[in-house]
Design a protein. Structure first.
Length: 417
């Protein structure tokens, strides 16, 4: 077990205690212990548990069984630890990334209480539709967590959330979509809608409990303050769920602004800040320097502008399966942020689709295939996705380019113009 804990926060924990926690949890998951037996043993043999101790056992479980990401594990994970996990009050400043997640959860809890009240009354479509239109926006909370927080934890050697919690995130996202779709289709009655809504509400409350007991306290322990500061700009690229956030700039001044804004921050801002440290001026040193590209001559500024104005989203994964680039277009098909750069591509996809991504990459790498295309039909949207193997002039595999476009408008075109 010694060699499996690589983060220094985990290294300082009581190994005997972690092993005992892991053994009880594994016996419970194998069916050797009932819930009550596991809870009793955990209380008597382990006692009070800190969030980082819980997180360490989860990481050890992931290390022992890398493919283990069963939905039922996520749902019951906290049950045998009930009353034992005691996180400290972090006392976070307004605008800290974790403060944003916590306030989003508080807003969601308010909405779910409204749902509890509506469920006690005769079913009327419009109040439920109005409520679900707000609840569905919580998906941006998932997107920010998956793109930003999970990738930061992975860099600290803790990748358990990417393979378990992501499953639960996606399941709840589907539950929210199904409940809202039923209302929009106009066929909902009390039984059919509440049959979808109530399990969704239970799962949301379970998820928020797990986030607040484990994910956020562990993140605060593992992620350096400097990285949280860097995370702020990427968070704003994706947006927030029904909360106010202070405006953010690199010099730390803050001013309250409204949520749900996606700010366009790109490579040029980062490069400017970096070169300024060494007395360089990007305006004269880099931005206007003419570069010889394959078919023409462009400045770096022009290249970035071209990428930003493309009608398609492009991302690039190199031959080492690391995400190296994405286009900062105004209307992205799916949210992305700078936190994805340098991340292993296998950690950028939900577990249910990971096998397909890995299969495509391996076929590209072996030369068996050079292109793969997919399309997604959503209500009112048609999304076209194509993966292309990138090879140099010698035919050596150098990575994968993904192109994604919302083709809804194109498919509706008729005649000529």
């Amino acid at each position: 077990m010694e060699e499996k804990i690589t983060n220094t926060t985990f290294e300082n924990l009581d190994r005997v205690k972690l092993q005992r926690m892991l053994q009880i949890k594994q016996q419970y998951e194998k069916g050797d212990l009932s819930v009550d037996e596991a809870k009793r043993r955990m209380k008597n043999e382990v006692g009070r548990i800190s969030p980082e101790e819980f997180a360490a056992t989860e990481q050890l479980l992931k290390d022992e069984d890398p493919d283990e990401c069963r939905n039922e594990d996520v749902r019951t994970m906290l049950e045998i630890f009930e009353g034992l996990i005691q996180p400290d009050d972090p006392g976070l400043p307004y605008g800290h990334p974790i403060d944003a997640y916590l306030r989003e959860n508080s807003k969601m809890k308010e909405l779910l209480l409204q749902g509890d009240e509506l469920a006690q009354k005769p079913f009327i479509l419009n109040p439920w539709l109005e409520l679900m239109e707000q609840i569905i926006q919580y998906k941006i909370h998932f997107s920010r967590k998956q793109n930003q927080l999970y990738s930061a934890l992975e860099r600290q050697g803790f990748d358990r959330p990417s393979t378990t919690m992501w499953v639960y995130d996606d399941e709840i996202r589907d539950e929210m979509n199904n409940a809202l779709d039923l209302l929009k289709n106009g066929n909902a009655d009390a039984d059919s809608f509440l049959g979808l809504y109530k399990p969704m509400a239970v799962d949301l409350r379970d998820l928020m409990e797990k986030e607040e007991l484990i994910l956020y306290p562990t993140s605060l322990k593992l992620i350096p303050k400097e990285e949280f500061e860097e995370m702020k700009s990427g968070d704003r690229e994706i947006g927030f769920f029904l909360i106010d956030m202070p405006d953010y700039n690199r010099h730390g001044s803050a001013e309250a602004v409204k949520p749900a804004v996606s700010e366009q921050t790109g490579l040029m801002d980062d490069l400017t800040a970096l070169l300024a440290k060494y007395g360089q001026n990007i305006e004269t040193e880099t931005k206007d320097k003419v570069l010889d590209v394959a078919e023409g001559k462009l400045t770096l500024d022009q290249i970035n502008l071209l990428f930003r104005h493309l009608p398609v989203d492009i991302s690039f994964v190199d031959e080492n399966d690391l995400v190296k680039f994405y286009t900062d277009t105004e209307h992205r098909v799916f949210p992305r942020s700078k936190g994805v750069i340098g991340r292993e591509v296998r950690n950028c996809h939900p577990p249910k689709s990971l096998y397909l991504v890995e299969e495509i990459i391996e076929k590209f790498r072996s030369g068996e295939q050079s292109k793969a295309e997919f399309w997604i039909n959503k209500p009112g949207r048609f999304i076209y996705i194509v993966y292309v193997a990138v090879r140099d002039k010698d035919g050596t595999f150098r990575g994968v380019m993904e192109m994604m476009q919302d083709c809804t408008h194109i498919r509706q075109l008729e005649g000529e113009r």
